[in-house]
Design a protein around this ligand. Structure first.
Ligand code: PLP
Length: 374
């Protein structure tokens, strides 16, 4: 591990392979015990190498957040891919290419898009009715009793099969206790089941239920009320998830290693090479009421040691990160050293950094290339 730390010269994503494998195995085991399909969202790691660790756990179906991501994983041999993002009409050619290659799932929440697809798709594809169960991002309102049947009717007799009813309960991120997250999961199941019931009453039987955000999937044990779960963040977890209670600090598997470039003892601050373009500008308001852009850790011979609650990232500009450092930690951070930032939102930091290195092996891995560069 020391060699990994010594080799780092600029902000670098460092992933603890043992922790990621443990996080994946835990979720796969729970899904198996509940008898549901595990369709993990691959937007967090975006990496064929890490995707292979899911295969080892028996995963065969995945979720992607863009058609480019779906194409990247299709090229790596994944055969059953849901693109959990509203259909972008302007990418119909990519949709058709992918639908000819894999079992493709698309999200639809309007009759307009259903009709567009019916007219333009050239290979069979699955459609998931995207339902808004309270997050208010996309989806038909779960209480709109006509919307689902209208979309289902528009798809009838086409190459598109209505496979089920899907939601992303992203409002779970506003909760801070396990009880509240579990209650939100139960409410989400009731709302999705209501929509499925309305569709069954209209003659559309046998539809599946799909949900899965990391807080709910981490804190709920029994998923038997649904057919598939789609959590994405859990292989890495992050500060946001630890604040919600989805994971412990020991489950956080990805950090951003940043060189210390200046220290300011008079104000107990340290500046690192690691800013908004590496960490993203996501923050939490921590339990002390501070705007916090990440907790800190120091490298050790076997991984890292978290400096919890004492020292944190207080502000970010494009390339700089400013750390507020407790007096007890200050002398441990010297210019030329590495500080590890536990990111607030690991999906964003990983996407920004695009390549990573594994501890303890030191092996590098690459993520899906950017759409423009790739
Ligand atoms: N499904 C959809 C549609 C999503 O947008 C996301 C994440 O944004 C997920 C699943 C995975 O959720 P999480 O990031 O909480 O694991």
């Amino acid at each position: 591990v020391k060699q990994v730390w010594d080799s780092i010269t600029r902000p670098t994503l460092v992933v603890d392979e043992g922790r990621v494998r443990r996080n994946i195995a835990r979720m796969a085991t729970k899904a198996r015990a509940s008898g549901v399909r595990f369709r993990p969202h691959f937007k967090t790691h975006q990496s064929a190498a890490i995707g292979a660790w899911f295969r080892e756990e028996g995963v065969t179906a995945i979720t992607a957040s863009s058609l480019s991501m779906a194409a990247y994983f299709a090229a790596d041999g994944w055969q059953d891919i849901t693109v959990a993002f509203p259909v972008n009409w302007r990418e119909i050619e990519t949709i058709n290419r992918l639908a000819a290659q894999v079992r493709l799932g698309l999200l639809v929440d309007s009759v307009e898009t259903a009709r567009f697809l019916v007219e333009r798709v050239t290979s069979p594809a699955d459609v998931w009715l995207d339902v808004d169960t309270g997050y208010h991002r996309t989806g038909v309102d779960w209480e709109d009793d006509e919307a689902g049947a209208g979309i289902a009717a528009a798809l009838r007799g086409s190459l598109l099969t209505l496979r089920g009813v899907l939601t992303h309960a992203g409002h779970s991120y506003k909760e801070h206790t396990a009880e509240a997250v579990r209650a939100l999961y139960d409410e989400t199941v009731v709302r999705l089941s209501h929509v499925r019931g309305r569709l069954a009453a209209a003659g559309y039987d046998g539809l599946e239920l799909s949900l899965g955000d990391t807080p709910c999937c981490s804190l709920v044990e029994d998923f038997s009320a649904v057919d598939e779960i789609r959590p994405g963040n859990f292989p890495y977890y992050d500060v946001m998830q630890a604040e919600i209670g989805s994971c412990g600090l020991d489950d956080i598997a990805a950090v951003v290693a940043c060189p210390v470039v200046s220290t300011y003892p008079a104000r107990n601050q340290v500046v690192i090479y690691g800013g908004g373009v590496h960490l993203s500008k996501e923050f939490i308001t921590d339990r002390q009421g501070r705007k916090n852009f990440g907790w800190l850790a120091l490298p050790t011979d076997s991984g890292w040691e978290v400096l919890l609650d004492r020292s944190y990232v207080t502000s970010l500009s494009q390339e700089h990160g400013v750390l507020q450092v407790d007096a007890a930690d200050f002398d441990r951070l010297r210019v030329g050293d590495l500080v590890l930032v536990l990111p607030v939102h690991s999906c964003m930091s990983a996407d920004l950094l695009k390549v990573g290195v594994l501890v303890p092996s030191g092996e590098g891995f690459e993520m899906m290339p950017g759409v423009i560069s790739g």
